[in-house]
Design a protein around this ligand. Structure first.
Ligand code: PLP
Length: 222
């Protein structure tokens, strides 16, 4: 991808976010755009950095550790978010590498992250991932188990900022986004990580604080 293409794609996504914010009566710039760069190599990521994008997301610790230390050295001020499932034995690596973790979804991981943060002194912002469609194969905490997991995260003093979801594929996402927003409100959380390339405008109108956009910025993944 050339820098020109990256600029055009980035501007288009930013404009669509701005229009959705305006439609919903939200403040301009209320939504943070996370560029999901998983599977894309550093040469494909650099044009987007050159175009001005500074928040990126990856779904695997190992892949992020291979690409991002160098890219961050080249350009200061990049924030890196983890949006994929995290094994407890990678908690130390994840805390060292990421500025935010969107996939906190079980008690054992809360414990592992709290320990890693205490050890390192680093405090990446944490989102609890909710299995919003109650899908058996999907990551995320069950809706019914959310209050207990949030209580545990608060007791462990994790820097909790909000909730995250990936709604079921192939059906209208809006009801799931609305439910996530309600769960966040009910539990006193402001952050809402929701919306991907196919549905980020809907997510913005329903209050997303963070949208996670991959293919609309990078093109299709191989
Ligand atoms: C890959 C991924 C995205 C981005 O998906 P696109 O459809 O390419 O925008 C967002 N969130 C998560 C958790 C992902 O794994």
């Amino acid at each position: 991808m050339q820098t020109d293409d990256a600029s055009v794609r980035l501007a288009a996504v930013q404009q669509r976010i701005a229009r959705a914010e305006s439609l919903a009566g939200r403040r301009a710039g209320a939504t943070a755009l996370i560029a999901i760069s998983k599977t894309h190599d550093s040469d494909s990521i650099r044009p987007l950095i050159s175009a001005g994008q500074r928040i990126f997301g990856e779904n695997r610790v190992q892949e992020a550790a291979e690409k991002w230390p160098r890219l961050r050295e080249e350009t200061p001020g990049i924030a890196l978010h983890l949006v994929g499932q995290l094994q407890s034995n990678k908690a130390d690596d994840a805390v060292a590498l990421f500025d935010a973790i969107h996939s906190v979804d079980r008690a054992s991981l809360v414990t592992a992250l709290a320990r890693a943060m205490n050890k390192s002194g680093k405090q990446p912002a944490c989102f609890v991932q909710v299995n919003i469609g109650d899908e058996p194969q999907k990551g995320g905490c069950d809706v019914a188990a959310l209050p207990e997991l949030l209580a545990q995260a608060r007791t462990a003093e994790l820097p909790l900022v909000g909730l995250m979801c990936v709604p079921p594929l192939g059906v209208e996402a809006a009801p799931y986004f609305a439910l996530l927003a309600k769960l966040a409100r009910d539990n006193g959380l402001d952050g809402l990580s929701m919306g991907m390339s196919d549905d980020f405008e809907t997510a913005v109108t329903l209050g997303a604080s963070h949208v996670r956009v991959g293919s609309a910025l990078f093109g299709a993944r191989a």
